[in-house]
Design a protein around this ligand. Structure first.
Ligand code: SAH
Length: 351
């Protein structure tokens, strides 16, 4: 393996692939071929690239492509499919493919576990191990794309982890998704619970992605009860940073609000929320709580959810309720976690 090629191939730009191949004495057009196999053909190993000579492939057999292993595939009745992926160091992550007639979205993880430990989210309950590398995030998208046999059109960074704690890899991944997989930046949503200074840092990249901010409460006191890390980052400071983001990027943002029965779902909360976000170029996305095994929360009734929405609408605050997908197979928002597989469930490859 040459020094230039210590990193996995996945995650490298066209120019980087070209640099590597020409440094090995290959003609520049080889980069186009390798790029195509890598990003559109679900390449698992360099051995499969039959346009390269057998001798060349054997000589570079140790060059890693950077794909993970599908350990388990869990389809839901509504068409979503959850994938448990095994990483090189033995850690596991989950990703979800969410199809509609016109779209194929992938809910990707950005970390192994999550250090933010929001009280209603399964991911935080399983602890935190590390940030994901660029190739480990891209792999999730390529896995879903290959398995569904159709192009991925949308990405949501709403799987495991806090994406803004992995900002550099997040940025490179967005570039690769856009430039190499052809996914429009506008179809990529980055969801964050807020990390001091990081929303502004993201704004400096001047991406056209959509930012979703997990607010979940209209005031600091309630927010701290639900999100322990909010104690270090007052809601006023978070919203001020959001305002800077809107000014720097010219993009509207989304506020996510997970509705928890009798906790943050009362009409008074809705009124306070409306007051908080008034004047923002924003949209509120209400997420009915998805049950997880190790938390005591409950989902409000459909009527309570509608009432909450109605209060926001009466206050002329743009809002909608997120449609829940994959909830019975624990594939919905906040239900993903690090898992080890019971022996008998092990499926070596997914078909
Ligand atoms: N770390 C990111 C992504 C989390 S998942 C963030 O915090 O924004 C995407 C959304 O689902 C977040 O708004 C998250 O707070 C919410 N969520 C987490 N657990 C949930 C649950 N059990 N039910 C409903 N929404 C949940």
């Amino acid at each position: 393996m040459s020094a230039l090629q210590a990193l996995p191939l996945l995650g490298q730009s066209y120019d980087e692939l070209e640099l590597w191949l020409t440094s090995l004495g290959e003609p520049a057009y080889r980069a186009r071929q390798l790029h195509q196999w890598l990003y559109t053909r679900n390449l698992q190993s360099l051995q499969e690239v039959t346009v390269f000579s057998k001798r060349w492939r054997e000589a570079h057999a140790d060059v890693p492509v950077g794909r993970s292993k599908v350990l388990l595939k869990t389809p839901s009745r509504d068409g979503t499919v959850k994938y448990l992926l095994g990483l090189k160091d033995g850690e596991t992550i989950e990703a979800v493919g969410i199809p509609t007639a016109k779209r194929l979205s992938v809910c990707v993880s950005s970390q192994v576990g999550c250090p933010m430990a929001c009280t209603f989210c399964a991911t935080g309950k399983s602890g935190f191990a590390r940030n994901l590398e660029v190739h480990e995030i891209l792999d999730q998208v390529l896995t879903v794309q290959a398995d569904f046999g159709r192009r991925v059109t949308h990405i949501v960074f709403m799987g495991m982890g806090e994406p803004l704690l992995n900002l550099k890899n997040l940025y490179t991944t967005v570039l690769r998704l856009n430039q190499d997989l052809g996914i429009s930046q506008r179809n990529i949503t980055i969801s964050t619970v807020g990390v001091k200074g990081r929303i502004q840092a993201l704004a400096q990249y001047k991406l056209q992605t959509t930012l979703a901010v997990s607010l979940h409460a209209p005031n600091q006191q309630l927010r701290c009860q639900l999100i322990p890390t909010a104690a270090f980052y007052p809601i006023e400071a978070l919203l001020a940073e959001c305002q800077v983001y809107v000014e720097l990027t010219g993009r509207r943002l989304t506020f996510e609000y997970t509705l928890l029965k009798n906790i943050n779902d009362q009409q008074a909360h809705a009124r306070e929320l409306a007051h908080r976000v008034r004047g923002f170029q924003s949209h509120i996305n209400l997420i009915p709580y998805n049950p997880i095994s190790d938390a005591d929360y409950q989902r409000p009734s459909p009527r309570q959810i509608q009432t909450f929405l109605q209060v926001l609408e009466n206050q002329r605050i743009p809002a909608s309720v997120r449609q829940t997908r994959g909830v019975e197979e624990s594939s919905a928002c906040g239900q993903l976690r690090r898992q080890t597989l019971p022996e008998q469930e092990f499926v070596p490859e997914c078909s």
